[in-house]
Design a protein around this ligand. Structure first.
Ligand code: FMN
Ligand SMILES: CCCCCCC(=O)C(=O)O
Length: 395
C-alpha cells in the first residue's frame, strides 16, 4: 500500500503490515485468543475515558523525561516483549533495538527472541534500559542460565511473564496450522552450556515444525509455578529487580508487594491468553490503588495513539509498553519502520500533553481525565444515544 508521505499513524502501519507479511506470520502477530474480545476491548476501552484538558498554560517546553526504577529515561514509552521479530523483518530484534535506542526508554526482550540477548543489548546506548523477559521452565537451570547471561550482558531488570502457564488458544494460528519458518532460530536457547536439548525448546524451529510451536512452549514451562516457588526462587538467585507481567487485579498486586517485586505490568498479553478479562486500561486503576507508592505500575495492551499513552499515565501508569505497533513498523521498513512507529507515538504523546496543558510527565494525573461514570461523560453519552434514536426513528 502506497502512502505518498509515509504512514501517518499506527493504523496505517497496521494496514501495510497486513499486506506485506506472509499470512501465517501476520496471523500470529495479530491474533488474540478465542473470540478476541479482550484483544479488541484493549483498544476500544480507551475511548470511554475522555480527556479533560486545561488551557492557557505555557506549553512552549514539553518534556516526556521521567524515571523508571530510579533511572532517568527520556520517555515513558517502551517496547513490550515479543517473540520472533524476524517474522517481520530479516534484521529482527537488532533492528528493533537500534530503533528503540534512537528513541530511548525501556526495551523488554522476549526469551523467545530470534536474536541472542547479547547481540540485542549491544545495540543500546545510555538512553536505554534493557529488561529481560522470562518464562520459568521445569528445568530451572535453563531459566537460571538465561538470568545469568542477562546479568552479565547488562540487563537492568527481569520481567517474569505470569499469564502464560500454557499458550492461549489462538484460533487464527490453529486454522493456519502456523509454525514459524524453519530458517529462524530462538537464539537464546542455542548455547550448549545452558540447554542440554536446545531443540526441545524450539531453538531450531525446523525441528519443532512437526507439532505446533504452542506445544513446544507448553512442554517446557513450569505449570506448578506459584508466588512461593517462583518469585521467591527468582529472588534467591538474582539481585536484579523483578517485574511481574500479566497482573490484572489488586489482589495479585498486593502479593507482588509481599514477595518483594519492584513493579508490575498490567497486561492481558495483548488479549492472546485468557479471553474475556478486563481491558488493560480498565484493570489499571485497581492495580494503581493497591500498589500505592510501594511498587511501580506499568501497563501494555491496545495502545495505538498518543492520547492512549496520556490516558494510561493519567490513570497512574509510570510507563507504557507497545508490542504490535513496533512489529508492524518493523514489517513496513525494518529499523526505520520500527523507529517510525515509536516516533509517531512519541510525537502524538507530546502533542496531547501540549493540547491538554501539561508540560511534564509528573503533571499528568487523573484530573486530566474523565472516567466513564463521570456525569459529564454520561450526559454526553445520553445525548449521543438520543441522536442515534432520532436517526433510527427516521429510517
Ligand atoms: C506477536 C507477539 C508475541 C508476543 N510474545 C511475547 C513474549 O514472548 N513474552 C511476553 O511476555 N509477551 C509477549 N507478547 C505480549 C506483549 O508483550 C504485550 O503484552 C501485548 O502484546 C501488548 O499489547 P499490544 O500488542 O496491543 O501493544 C507478545 C505479543 C505479540 C503480539
Ligand atoms: C515456542 C515459542 C512460543 C512463543 C510464545 C510467545 C508469546 O508469548 C506469544 O504471545 O505468542
Amino acid at each position: 500500500m502506497e502512502y505518498s508521505n509515509g504512514p501517518v499513524c499506527i493504523k496505517d502501519l497496521e494496514r501495510i503490515a497486513s499486506k506485506v507479511m506472509p499470512s501465517g506470520a501476520w496471523g500470529y502477530y495479530d491474533s488474540g485468543a478465542n473470540d478476541e474480545q479482550t484483544k479488541l476491548d484493549n483498544m476500544t476501552a480507551f475511548d470511554k475515558y475522555r480527556l479533560h484538558p486545561r488551557m492557557l498554560r505555557d506549553v512552549s517546553n514539553i518534556s516526556t523525561a521521567t524515571t523508571i526504577l530510579g533511572q532517568p529515561v527520556p520517555t515513558p514509552l517502551g517496547v513490550a516483549p515479543c517473540a520472533m521479530h524476524k517474522l517481520a523483518h530479516a534484521d529482527g530484534e537488532l533492528a528493533t533495538s537500534r530503533a528503540a535506542s534512537q528513541h530511548g526508554g525501556v526495551m523488554i526482550l522476549s526469551t523467545y527472541s530470534t536474536t541472542s540477548l547479547e547481540k540485542v543489548i549491544a545495540q543500546g546506548n545510555s538512553n536505554m534500559q534493557y529488561w529481560m523477559q522470562l518464562y520459568v521452565y521445569k528445568e530451572r537451570s535453563v531459566s537460571e542460565q538465561i538470568v545469568r547471561r542477562a546479568e552479565r550482558a547488562g540487563f537492568k531488570a527481569l520481567v517474569l511473564t505470569v499469564d502464560a502457564p500454557a499458550l492461549g488458544r489462538r484460533l487464527v494460528d490453529a486454522r493456519n496450522k502456523f509454525n514459524p519458518p524453519a530458517h529462524l532460530h530462538l537464539e537464546n536457547f542455542i548455547d550448549p552450556e545452558i540447554v542440554n536439548n536446545p531443540d526441545g525448546y524450539g531453538a531450531d524451529l525446523s525441528k519443532s515444525a512437526s507439532e505446533t510451536f504452542g506445544a513446544t512452549f507448553g512442554a517446557n514451562g513450569d505449570q506448578s509455578l506459584s508466588w512461593e516457588n517462583g518469585i521467591a526462587w527468582l529472588k534467591s538467585i538474582t539481585k536484579l529487580p523483578i517485574i511481574v507481567k500479566g497482573i490484572l487485579t489488586a489482589e495479585d498486586t498486593r502479593l507482588a508487594i509481599k514477595y518483594g517485586c519492584a513493579g508490575v505490568i498490567v497486561s492481558n498479553h495483548g488479549g492472546r491468553q485468557l479471553d474475556g478479562t478486563l481491558a488493560s486500561i480498565d484493570a489499571l486503576p485497581q492495580v494503581v490503588e493497591a500498589a500505592g507508592d510501594k511498587i511501580e505500575v506499568y501497563m501494555d495492551g491496545g495502545i495505538r495513539k498518543g492520547t492512549d499513552i496520556f490516558k494510561a499515565l493519567a490513570l497512574g501508569a509510570r510507563a507504557v509498553f507497545v508490542a504490535r505497533p513496533v512489529l508492524w513498523g518493523l514489517a513496513y521498513n525494518g529499523e526505520a519502520g520500527a523507529k517510525h512507529a515509536l516516533d509517531l507515538l512519541q510525537s502524538e504523546l507530546e502533542l496531547t500533553m501540549m493540547l491538554s496543558g501539561t508540560r511534564t510527565i509528573g503533571e499528568i494525573d487523573d484530573s486530566y481525565i474523565l472516567e466513564p461514570e463521570s456525569r459529564w461523560v454520561q450526559s454526553s453519552v445520553r445525548r449521543q444515544q438520543k441522536k442515534v434514536n432520532q436517526l433510527r426513528a427516521k429510517l
